[in-house]
Write a protein that binds this ligand. Structure first.
Ligand SMILES: Nc1ncnc2c1ncn2[C@@H]1O[C@H](COP(=O)(O)OP(=O)(O)OP(=O)(O)O)[C@@H](O)[C@H]1O
Length: 638
């Protein structure tokens, strides 16, 4: 058969370079990756055979074999699983289909210094390519179950690989690594050594549910029978399904290795959650909260969901029906006893038991977060930093669990030592006379901190929650109140903070309103395109003006969000509030009273409006005109 040579896709080449130059110091993990792929291939074959009894495949002894050869310096990882067709090898092995990995490579390219690369690389399972950390040539021989012809793939990891059709390949896949010379100083061990292989399998792959056997240790002593014949192959792993065992029996490390296998993450999880449901519908679940949010968590096609097993048989990855979208970062396994092995996605969507499982698993995750919050504030803080923005989606979409969600939600705040607060804590420390829970939304903590809306609150020491996630704009309206206290945006509606001792009396205020009535009406006309009302403010102490919305209006951020999603939204005209104690506003009022020709003043009114827009981090409607008017006024001060 002719051998064809192909070039690696750009990203694949890049990843290979990283592997060859080994940015990752712990090279042992290549074996975990290859065993993990082999295990997946066995899962897939068993399922395919269950679903299609005409499939011409041997499923009588599914297993993984590791074969070492000290003389040839090779290590082979072999499975008799699903295998790959010629086309699949080209598609799956020559390219990087996983968009996450491609994005990771871009990130890596952008990271200037080499430091931190290990952290970055840990976000992605590098899979098959990790073989090139320890080998200078890799050969893969595979035949897809049910097909006659096999394929041989070979590469030295440089720019190209070869593909060749072969007639005599066994079912499944074998990956042969032509090992680099051992270099223990650089953690490159001798991977033909039986004890090393045993150690790695025990450490990383013990839970794999298929037997991992050690065969044909060419060149090593002590592994043969008395008569010189090879003894029966030794199974290296215990194959214990961790989720079926009680927590006391399993070490943290074992849980973590399972997480890394199913979560495609090289880091430890933040939290391990176990659930054994007994009764009429039995199932076991082992869930993990990662310690870092994946970079594509907010992408529409983020692959979410748990692995579903039925009576220890792997059924599917990414089973979305088991947890709501706002817990999409949770990884794990659910093994149900009473589902059919033929269960399909369509059936899952309608199954009553699956809905019950979802409810129970959701509650379990939320209660684990609650315990984390009470028992380990630091871990909870990590959780919330990484996943808070996603969890808050549940406040909108899952009214049934709203209370549980609010109990684990925390906010940045203007008060408090550690800077975050729960709604419960906020309400508990609300002073007498304050009826509402105040919050402000914005793009960043900085823009909020300097917002004019905060002035009166800061001056009176009233606590304000600082909400900076896009989802905050939406859930606050959906939730509306907490323990009978309304959630009130300090940038919306009229604010009555009650009288301060040094404040004007009612009479003085009325007089002031009268004094300004002319100016306010005139400004409203001048600015009618942009504002629906101009009034005196109770929330400003330093700034001359700010913009506020009516309680029912969309905020500018929400307006932008809807537009970004392609929805038509009419432009909301807001209310311009003026600070009657500010010299500029006072002066404007006086000039308004004295002058006949107010053309100059209308420019000042426009500028005042633009300043209010700028102060909340917005952008004047016509920046060039704004600059011209501003420069003109500055010039007059010289
Ligand atoms: N032993 C195998 N048998 C059958 N298919 C395999 C085997 N090894 C790899 N593949 C196929 O090649 C694909 C790419 O493998 P690779 O290890 O690069 O990434 P992955 O396993 O999909 O992702 P990750 O490494 O992030 O878990 C796999 O998804 C699988 O379809």
């Amino acid at each position: 058969m002719p051998t064809e040579t192909f070039e690696f896709q750009v990203e694949a080449r890049q990843l290979l370079q990283l592997m060859i130059h080994s940015v990752y110091s712990n090279k042992d993990v290549f074996l975990r990756e290859l065993v993990s792929n082999a295990s997946d291939a066995l899962d897939k074959l068993r399922l395919a055979a269950l679903r299609d009894d005409t499939l011409d495949a041997d499923v009588s002894d599914l297993h993984i074999e590791l074969e070492t050869d000290q003389d040839a310096r090779t290590l082979t990882v072999r499975d008799n699983g699903i295998g790959m067709s010629y086309d699949e090898v080209g598609r799956l092995i020559g390219t990087i289909a996983n968009s996450g990995t491609a994005a990771f490579l871009r990130e890596l390219r952008e990271a200037q210094d080499g430091a931190g690369t290990e952290g970055l690389i840990g976000q992605f399972g590098v899979g098959f390519y990790s073989g090139f950390m320890v080998a200078d040539e890799v050969t893969l021989l595979t035949r897809r179950a049910g097909e006659r012809q096999g394929t041989r793939w070979t590469s030295r990891g440089e720019g190209t690989y070869t593909l060749e059709k072969v007639d005599d390949a066994p079912q499944g896949t074998s990956v042969t690594l032509h090992l680099k010379p051992a270099d223990p100083d650089n953690q490159l061990h001798d991977y033909t050594s039986v004890w090393k292989i045993k150690e790695i399998v025990k450490r990383y792959s013990d839970f794999i549910t298929w037997p991992i056997r050690l065969v044909g240790q060419n060149g090593q002593n002590g592994e043969k029978g008395d008569d010189g014949e090879a003894s029966a192959p030794e199974t290296l792993n215990s194959m214990k399904a961790l989720w079926a065992r009680s927590r006391e029996e399993v070490s943290e490390e074992e849980y973590h290795e399972l997480y890394k296998h199913i979560g495609h993450d090289w880091r430890e999880p933040l939290e391990t959650i176990q659930l054994q449901a007994e009764g009429t519908f039995e199932y076991q679940a082992l869930l993990f909260v990662p310690s870092h949010a994946p970079h594509d968590l907010f992408n529409q096609n983020f692959r979410r969901g748990l692995q579903l097993y039925v009576k220890r048989v792997f059924i599917m990855d990414d089973c979305e029906e088991l947890l709501p979208p706002y817990l999409r970062f949770v990884k794990g396994v659910v093994d149900a006893q009473d589902l059919s092995l033929n269960v399909s996605r369509e059936i899952l969507q309608q199954d009553r038991h699956i809905r019950m499982m979802q409810r129970r698993l959701t509650k379990k995750v939320l209660s684990s977060v609650k315990s984390m919050m009470t028992d380990d504030a630091e871990r909870y803080a990590t959780f919330w930093r990484e996943f808070g923005a996603v969890v808050k989606e549940g406040l909108i979409t899952d009214p049934d669990n709203r209370d549980a969600l609010l109990a684990v939600t925390s906010f940045a705040t203007t008060h408090g030592d550690d800077g975050t607060v729960t709604l419960k804590q906020y309400v508990e420390r609300m002073p007498d006379g304050q009826d509402d829970i105040y919050y402000i939304t914005g793009e960043s903590r900085e823009s909020i901190d300097n917002s004019p809306h905060m002035e009166a609150f800061r001056e009176r020491g009233i606590e304000v929650l600082l909400l900076t996630d896009p989802v905050d704009e939406v859930w606050v309206d959906a939730v509306g109140e907490f323990e009978g206290k309304a959630l009130r945006s300090i940038a919306k509606g009229e604010i009555d903070l009650g009288a301060r001792e040094d404040e004007q009396s009612e009479g003085e205020r009325e007089k002031q309103a009268e004094d300004y009535a002319g100016l306010l009406g005139w400004m409203r006309e001048q600015l009618s395109e942009d504002v629906k009302e101009v009034r005196l403010s109770t929330r400003l102490t330093v700034s001359p003006a700010c913009l506020v919305a009516d309680s029912s209006d969309l905020t500018p951020a929400l307006e932008n969000m809807y537009r970004a999603m392609g929805q038509e939204v009419p432009r909301t005209r807001r209310i311009l509030e003026l600070n009657p104690d500010h010299a500029l506003v006072k002066g404007l009022n006086e000039a308004y009273g004295e002058r006949e020709d107010r053309s100059d003043l209308s420019d000042t009114a426009e500028l005042l409006y633009a300043l209010a827009v700028l102060a909340e981090g917005g952008r004047p409607k016509d920046p060039a005109r704004f600059v011209r008017l501003m420069a003109d006024r500055m010039e007059r001060t010289l």
